[in-house]
Design a binder for this molecule. Structure first.
Ligand code: UDP
Ligand code: MG
Length: 134
């Protein structure tokens, strides 16, 4: 099934000018970058975006971090885009991420792990709607 998913290049990776390198990983796996823009969100917007994590101990840190600098938000499209993007990203903790994945290669720590990707159809839809107009 052709899907769309939301990808975010997080502040640690934008800061290190990794945008083009990261985008080449998506293209190499046949994910088309339908839309892309660089934005900076407020802490309030980050708390809304990550509200599924509101009870977690890392929530405040996470929201401060995502709003701390510019990010690149993208709509990726392709066959099984949601799960393929998660494979390209690797595990949440760069120390546990598989060889060759974005988080293994570029991630600094579990919080500064360079990329975000939707984890299912529902979060892809709400994530894309959060950042892009219809
Ligand atoms: N996170 C963190 N500490 C943790 C777990 C997660 O700082 O112990 C951050 C990390 O940046 C992660 C984000 O919270 O990417 C969302 O967590 P989730 O479990 O949804 O991981 P993901 O879907 O990004 O792999
Ligand atoms: Mg997640």
């Amino acid at each position: 099934m052709i899907e769309q998913t939301l990808s975010i290049i997080k502040p640690d990776a934008v800061e290190r000018n990794l945008e083009n390198k990261i985008k080449s990983f998506f293209k190499a796996k046949n994910l088309k970058i339908l839309k892309s823009k660089k934005v900076q969100i407020t802490k309030e917007e980050a708390t809304e975006f990550y509200k599924e994590h509101q009870t977690k101990p890392f929530y405040q840190n996470l929201c401060n971090y995502l709003s701390s600098g510019p990010i690149v938000v993208m709509i990726l499209e392709g066959e099984k885009a949601i799960s393929i993007n998660r494979e390209i990203m690797g595990a949440t903790d760069p120390l546990k991420a598989e060889e060759g994945t974005l988080r293994k290669i570029y991630g600094i720590s579990i919080d500064k792990n360079s990329v975000h990707g939707s984890d299912g159809l529902e979060s892809a839809k709400t994530g894309i709607g959060f950042f892009f107009d219809k």
